[in-house]
Design a binder for this molecule. Structure first.
Ligand SMILES: Cc1cc2nc3c(=O)[nH]c(=O)nc-3n(C[C@H](O)[C@H](O)[C@H](O)COP(=O)(O)OP(=O)(O)OC[C@H]3O[C@@H](n4cnc5c(N)ncnc54)[C@H](O)[C@@H]3O)c2cc1C
Length: 293
């Protein structure tokens, strides 16, 4: 079933989880054991990231299908279009459909650092092109797109980023999943701006629990999200006090506060970047407590 339909049928709030496909099939049994623990938390859907390179794309297909079949769960494959041909995209989408996966997160993908793109020959330039192509090819497919509470790093302004997000929805996307953020005001501002521009599809906040100082430094350097100075100082102080275990605890406590504020103020649900780690997500969801009064 299409995820947007599921949101309107099952109601809000909900949790959903993002996984990445383990590179090596030998790691798959351990991965499915992790996923099984998270299924006990009754997610509305799970999504599986998509990497550059052929074998990693096949892994996305295998894992998104595996999750669907093992757990009878609604699943969504991430899909990037930069450098891809229409035939390649159509074949990936067809394989998804043949395996009962009816949702895709339509992304442009990061521009490759090691090669230049011949934009005159490119069959897809922006995520909006992939949304249009998917909607035309499989009209009933569920389509999500990425949204950026702090603008995408390539965007010259907040307003251009909002405009292009709206363009993706006008091309046929049913919902938005946001980039990670730590200041909930960025999320609510983003949603307000989209609403002002006439868009009312669900905007699902993406939450990344901080696992360590190194991992958060690496993530922030790649994705262009902001970290409030106060949080960063809190994490550093935790590190000085108790090393990486204390940073992880501080990260969990912060994620719990973020989720409560988001849900109390009308976010439809929470998409957790699990990093394939069950125990952190279990702790967070337990500490947030009941989703409905
Ligand atoms: C929830 C989420 C999941 C992700 N999963 C993955 C994944 O699995 N694999 C992966 O490789 N990457 C993933 N990414 C990262 C994503 O691929 C990058 O952020 C990428 O750089 C942009 O993709 P996009 O779909 O947002 O692109 P777009 O929506 O095309 O936007 C990219 C930039 O171009 C601008 N733009 C858009 N349309 C136009 C236009 N018509 N004219 C001029 N400028 C325009 C936008 O404002 C933005 O600055 C994910 C990101 C998020 C938020």
């Amino acid at each position: 079933m299409n995820i947007a339909q599921r949101i309107s049928e099952k109601g809000t709030p909900f949790y959903s989880f993002e996984f990445f496909p383990p590179r090596d099939p030998e790691q798959w049994p351990a991965f499915y054991a992790t996923a099984e623990k998270l299924m006990a938390l009754d997610p509305l859907f799970a999504s599986v990231t998509y990497g550059a390179g052929g074998s990693r794309q096949t892994a996305t297909l295998d894992i998104v299908t595996g999750l669907k079949k093992r757990f009878n769960l609604e699943t969504m494959a991430h899909l990037t279009c930069v450098g891809a041909t229409r035939d390649q995209i159509k074949s990936f989408l067809s394989e998804l459909r043949d395996n009962g996966v009816n949702n895709v997160l339509a992304l442009r993908g990061d521009l490759p650092q090691d090669q230049t793109i011949d934009w005159d020959k490119a069959e897809f330039r922006h995520a909006a092109d992939l949304v249009r192509f998917t909607r035309d090819t499989f009209p009933d497919m569920g389509i999500g797109v990425a949204g950026y509470p702090a603008p995408h790093p390539e965007s010259p302004s907040f307003s251009s980023d909002w405009r292009y997000t709206v363009a993706k929805i006008r091309e046929g996307a049913d919902f938005v999943i946001t980039q990670l953020f730590f200041d909930v005001r960025e999320y609510f501002n983003f949603v307000d701006r989209l609403n002002d521009m006439g868009v009312s599809v669900p905007v699902i906040p993406g939450i990344l629990p901080v696992q360590s100082l190194e991992s958060i430094r690496r993530t922030l350097s790649l994705c262009g999200a902001n970290i409030p100075g106060k949080l960063y100082l809190e994490l550093e102080a935790a590190h000085d006090r108790g090393g990486s275990a204390a940073v992880k605890e501080a990260g969990i406590a912060y994620a719990v506060r973020q989720i409560r504020t988001l849900l109390d103020n009308g976010a439809p649900g929470i998409h957790i970047y699990t990093l394939n780690n069950a125990s952190t997500c279990q702790r967070i969801i337990e500490e947030v407590g009941q989703l409905r009064a």
